[in-house]
Design a protein around this ligand. Sequence first.
Ligand code: CAA
Length: 708
Amino acid sequence: MSALINYRAEHRLALIGLVHAPVNALGQALRRELLQALERANADPAVDAIIIHGEGLPFSAGADIHEFGTPRAVAAPHLRALLLRLQQLNKPVIAALSGVALGGGLELALACGYRIGEPTACFGLPEIKLGLIPGAGGTQRLPRLIGVQAALDMMISGQMINARHALELGLLDGLSKSAQSLLHEACAFAHELLERDAPAFPEPRWRFPGSGLPDDFFSQYRLAQQSRWQGQLAPQSVVKALEAACTLPLTDGLALEAELFKALEASSQSAALRHVFFAERNVGKLPGISADTPIRLIRKVAIIGAGTMGGGIAMCFANAGIPVALLELKAQALEHGLMQIRSHYQISVQRGKLTTAQMEQRMELLHGTLDYAEIGDADLVIEAVFESLPIKQQVFRTLDEVCKPGAILASNTSTLDIDAIASVTRRPGDVIGLHFFSPASVMRLLEVVRGRDTGADTLATMLAIAKRLGKVAVVSGVCFGFIGNRMLEPYSREAHRLLLEGASVAQIDRVLTDLGMAMGVLAMHDLAGIDVSYLIRESRRDVIGHDRSYCRIADVLFEQGRYGQKTARGFYLYEGRQRREDGELIPLAERIAHELGIVRRVISNEEVHDRCLFMLINEGIQLLDEGIAQRSSDIDLVWINGYGFAAWRGGPLHYAESLGLAHILERIRHYRDALGAYGQMWLQPAPLLERLVAAGHTRIETLTAKDI
Ligand code: CAA
């Protein structure tokens, strides 16, 4: 009796149906049962061909990611061994591929002699996103089937391809008419193979996968990608394994692949990326929200404000096929906003990412208006006007008047109090924060701010809509800056202060980019606008004013009109998008330090790292303690998807665990004591960090705000 497989033998065929919900992950139990089913079919003289299919489920999403790093991952039968055994069978094996065939699931299909897909199926080797390479023959079998270039593209991008593309590449032998007819057509195909006495394994299409490639193909490829890969191990291993597919016999290539896989599986990078995988799956699980929570229909959206943010948000909805009304107060601003959107789409067309027809379709979904009365029927309204509480409250008063009952009213504020915004309406249950990150149509992060009175259905509807937009939605409670910008504050503060104490702009940013940040914090302020951060500080002088050194250098840059990239001068000098160091920055820092009585000294890279990163981490831990963030992995997702923290480091709190919480606490205390009055003012360990260390905890990942 098999729990995870439905086995049927009929008309010379064994049908092996995988029924391991939800995605037929190839954990040990399924591997064992699959092997048993294959042996049974092999031993049955009435069976001449075998079909493996996902019965009512996707074919397979690959290895069971929960098993990595546990003994079950390598427990017999190992997937690699199972596939080698499959290849010894002298009966044709056909993979009938529905839904998805990913990772080890696709490798199972590649080990079969033949593959039939259904039209909506998708295929991919996403292991690189987990810091791995395909570890069950994929790196050796795929290039022999579709050639090195196409195999390399699939493995390096980790992206899925659709069934038609897979057929064109030769990954599939055929496509069924529909998902429903897949098994039936796979059976017909098997009978056809038997009738023509086809071999169990046809000759590989690419006997020599590297033939036709220039000799320096791999070295050139490595060179071109080097800076993008930084210290990441998995992409390097993919190339190594593919090189082996071109130069070694299959058996030797498989052995090398196994060795590379083993090393990656044990790496901290893969552990970090697996953490991110589960973080993304957990982020939507919230107290008070379940599958039964009602979801409101969102058929029409309105955006208030056609500036950069409003326009970008409008594009997100148009890209998802949802009609959007864009409202401005003045015709000129509206026209400008719509033109900006068109020009963004035109760039995508020029880059081949969009066809002209797609661009026009999206533009048709966008409708400009100057009249609030025209948005009265919108199901969701997102306000994206100037970041000022009185202005936003005025917009919400108007929305409360004009919007139909049941409409969700959202604010794109990045710092303001959602409860104060909701309080001016008669429907605070319908009010929520949707903090998009710029450029809104590109950035994956969406902070969803749950106000005191936000209804469960309002929240659930926004989580569902975020999924439709392809965003990672992280729920935050109400506080200044929510999760992301609240943590940005101490991270930035330390960088600014270190400039006065003796570090250089380039040094600070290099330490951070060496860690894997997409951008140094000072380059980031230049991009976001020094005028923007200045205005935020202006609104918070009551809480920062006691420190005269607080981001003082940025205040002076602002006073000098050096707003960053937009004025070609900020922390750096810019020519177009090229930036270089500004010789005047150090004298400026020296002058300010002198005025403030700060003694300049040589600052080590270690100090830059520790003060910037540990204060960022410390604030994240404080957010957990306050219940603003639900779980530490949510915080990691915010920083990975909104602020360019390296996913292969797992986000700031996963990184903190890898460094050791006790070490971080010790360093924070060290700088607090070493930096005199400044240290006492700002470098105070979060009480939760102290409690965790005192209790001997080394992990925060598993803790939720409720637990601690
Ligand atoms: N192992 C274990 N669990 C998995 C899984 C896997 N490979 N893939 C998905 N799941 C689980 C998810 O954790 C989730 O569980 P919960 O409901 O308990 O949270 C459930 O399946 C549904 O997943 P999603 O919420 O992601 O559903 P979706 O419909 O949005 O996406 C998917 C489905 C496209 C399969 C997506 O889950 C996915 O991309 N999975 C990862 C696939 C992958 O990376 N495979 C490679 C594994 S490594 C490997 O195979 C190595 C090798 O070479 C042997």
